[in-house]
Design a protein around this ligand. Structure first.
Ligand SMILES: [Zn+2]
Length: 429
């Protein structure tokens, strides 16, 4: 007798008619026509079951702060930074906590069950660290939250950043962040990377840096990040977020850089929604897209994830933490329209970020945590095309979110048709 069986699901690898048996919070079996009974059964009706979405790059301390204290009139990165600076003195632990908690309910409804969020530590009161460590503990049965100590104003440039970063780690922040391209000089940027990686090696911490988030083809902190990762034996524990300068770099240089990134086993996190809107702003025409070289990095064996980065904050007024929208944008910006490339875009918001975060027992195989999402779609490409509804969100074998299928009734001349835009719908019509 199992706790739960999901009958007749399709899996991301294309297997259909699969029953997923769950017991004690773990996947007990996946096979066709599981001949066991369960306390509860869910009919998947051929829909796609995926492991939960994982957002590898978010700023949870600023989500849902749109309009506080005013809207970003120009829509630029610089006005966004100025706005965040205006808001910072008025923040309280309670306000950050409340906004982030509301947001996490959105995440769960969207089937996002793990989030790596950067936390601004260039606030000497460390309010966001207090708020988000509290929230991480409270929500841990439902949502994995990983916190990155992020020196928004520069690790060397902001006088008290080093002390604040150490305090944040002592308060329970998991990962060491950085922002080398925002230091005063290229040399300072490289020095910040070296110092922060030494600290990570001493503490056994993972690293995730905002790295080269610029259109400058000569911003090459990713090279230092990769080389220092190898020097400190941190392979597989370091992520480079954004890497947008790679979009603009010389091709010959990149042919040397990508093998170095692969050797260092750097996890690469692109943020398609934000890269396409914030990069290329100094260009007239043609305008650069700004997203890093996803196809080429993947071809070299590098793990590439897509993050959401911002949701309704000073930098980005849109979003609802739907990682299928992120995959959709990444697919377009990267021209990832080949069959395998499109499927990899689902991977970029599920398995790839799970690997970068180092999540244990993640995936749809027996023995893994019984965490999964049932989507109103029949395959990964359809899921991305439709930003498919999350019919069931399951955590440790319990249904924690549910939604009705999206369907429209079209009535012409007294004859009605139900439209849900899926492939099955075409076959029926
Ligand atoms: Zn960011």
């Amino acid at each position: 007798m199992l706790d739960l069986i999901i009958r007749n699901a399709t899996l991301p690898d294309g297997r259909t008619g699969q029953d997923i048996g769950i017991q004690n919070g773990r996947i007990a079996a996946i096979q066709p026509q599981l001949a066991t009974e369960a306390t509860r059964e869910i009919d998947a009706a051929g829909y796609l079951a995926t492991p939960p979405f994982v957002d590898s790059h978010l700023h949870m301390d600023s989500v849902l702060s749109l309009g506080m204290p005013r809207l970003n009139e120009s829509g630029t990165l610089l006005e966004g930074i100025a706005l965040w600076g205006e808001l910072k003195p008025h923040l309280t632990v309670e306000a950050i906590y409340e906004r982030a908690r509301k947001f996490c309910l959105w995440s769960i409804a969207r089937g996002v069950l793990a989030v790596r969020t950067h936390v601004d530590i260039c606030d000497d009161r460390l309010l966001a660290v207090q708020a988000l460590t509290k929230l991480r503990a409270e929500l841990s049965p439902y949502l994995d939250i990983q916190l990155v100590a992020f020196p928004q104003d520069g690790y060397l440039r902001y006088a008290r950043a080093a002390g604040n970063l150490t305090r944040a780690l002592e308060m329970g922040v998991d990962v060491i962040g950085g922002i080398p391209h925002f230091e005063r000089t290229m040399d300072d940027g490289a020095a910040s990377v070296k110092t922060l990686l030494r600290l990570a090696a001493e503490r056994g911490a993972r690293v995730d840096m905002h790295c080269d988030e610029t259109d400058d083809p000569l911003s090459r902190h990713i090279e230092t990040l990769a080389a220092e990762t190898i020097n400190h034996g941190l392979q597989g524990r370091v992520a480079g977020s954004h890497l947008t300068s790679m979009h603009s770099m010389d091709n010959y240089y990149v042919s040397k850089l990508i093998p170095l990134i692969a050797e260092a086993q750097i996890g690469v996190i692109a943020n398609p929604l934000i890269n396409i809107t914030l990069q290329g702003r100094h260009d007239t025409y043609p305008k650069r897209r700004g997203m890093t070289r996803v196809k080429e990095l993947r071809a070299a064996g590098v793990t590439v994830a897509f993050g959401h980065d911002c949701v309704m904050d000073p930098w980005y007024p849109l979003g609802s933490h739907d990682l299928l929208q992120v995959a959709f944008m990444g697919l377009h910006v990267g021209q990832l329209t080949g069959l395998a490339d499109m499927r990899a875009c689902l991977d970029a918001v599920t398995a790839a970020p799970a690997q970068i975060l180092g999540l244990d027992d993640y995936g749809l195989t027996p023995g893994c945590h019984a965490d999964l999402v049932l989507l109103q779609a029949h395959d990964p490409i359809e899921a991305i095309r439709l930003s498919a509804e999350r019919l069931y969100v399951i955590r440790r074998g319990n249904v924690i979110a549910q939604a009705a299928p999206r369907v429209s009734r079209v009535v012409l001349d007294g004859t009605s048709a139900l439209i849900d835009f899926t492939r099955k719908n075409l076959e029926q019509a």
